[in-house]
Design a protein around this ligand. Sequence first.
Ligand SMILES: [Mg+2]
Length: 238
Amino acid sequence: STNSPLIPFISEEEYKTVTKEMFRCADAVCFDVDSTVIREEGIDELAKFCGVGDAVTEMTRKAMGGSVTFKTALTERLSIIKCSREQVNKLITDHPPQLTPGIKELVERLHQCNVKVFLISGGFRCIVEHVATQLGIPLDHVYANRLKFYFNGEYAGFDDTQPTAESGGKGKVISLLKEKYGFEKVVMIGDGATDLEACPPASAFIGFGGNVVRQQVKEKSSWYVTSFGELLKELEKI
Ligand SMILES: [Mg+2]
């Protein structure tokens, strides 16, 4: 169609150039968090911390090969972890999420260029907020799942009304951002299939393989990078 920025028959090299251009003139850049902005998978770290790492890893492996919905997979893993509020707080204090090298500089540069930065995560808000604070990202720019606790601090489930609790949730958040802020050019950056699937509605997708390389994502990305330095370098061209 004529209003699409990507013509279906352009070469891979041209597609990459278009993606780079889109990144340089984006209104907003949205980052996945687990294995993108931070080095690890938040839910795996939480499971390990609660002593059920192996059981959850096994379940994640099963879920990735099957047709389980995101919400079901999350429900099942959390029903094994059953973390208390205290355990989550202790995880953040004792094992704070490790920022991927270069992310702080990249977010700073984007902010200097007046680009809005968002974190969109299938992980947990309490952990992602901690990451946002370190990066100077406002907390209302964080979209993630909310754990629920009883008054005594025991695990009580998660808020399943959040868009990030659904399959295709990241795309829903991007549509919502375009509507709320009037963004036209939104770039999604992430390591996983759910990040790739958010484009469209995202205008462009950049695959990130700095922590883990997912072959399918790598193959389908018009621009695939393994360090945030590559993105920072692209911004120097503005
Ligand atoms: Mg990820």
